[in-house]
Ligand binder design. Structure first.
Ligand code: ZN
Length: 152
């Protein structure tokens, strides 16, 4: 392997920091939307718990296990979308997937998630990076379903 650039080293450090000490990790008893996701090819699992008023992601936490990329992505994602509206969160998801799947340059809005940009070149790990974001998208759908349910 050729020598890693300073940026690669920095990115690796961010990923390992979030993997070892994930942010927003643990149960969220007040959650009204829960989504489980898994990536069998790598063995990654995640449960995303969201408290939402239908408009905004008031709070969210996750639990899971798996590789550093999957868990760091979940940690970074929860940091970024907490307090945001669903529309903002889904716009960030699009930017993230453009970076990971299509190889687009990271946008400034993605912040430290730029650390995962190299995953684009590791085809087998793309699903590790997108696992938490797919769970977020599912949570958005569930929120829509939640709002359409008749009130009793
Ligand atoms: Zn993985």
């Amino acid at each position: 392997m050729k020598g890693m650039s300073l940026l690669d080293e920095l990115y690796k450090e961010i990923i390992l920091r979030h993997y070892k000490s994930p942010h927003n990790y643990g149960p969220l008893d007040s959650a009204n939307v829960r989504v489980k996701g898994d990536n069998p090819t790598c063995g990654d699992q995640i449960e995303l718990m969201v408290l939402t008023d239908g408009e905004r992601i008031t709070d969210l936490r996750f639990q899971g296990q798996g590789c550093a990329i999957s868990q760091a992505s979940a940690s970074l994602m929860t940091d970024l979308v907490k307090g945001k509206s669903w529309a903002e969160a889904l716009a960030l998801e699009q930017q993230f997937k453009a970076m990971i799947v299509d190889g687009a340059a990271p946008t400034p809005e993605l912040g430290d998630l730029a650390a995962l940009s190299g995953v684009h070149k590791l085809a087998a790990r793309v699903k590790c990076a997108t696992l938490a974001w797919n769970a977020l998208e599912q949570a958005a759908h569930q929120t829509g379903v939640l709002l359409r349910e008749p009130k009793h």
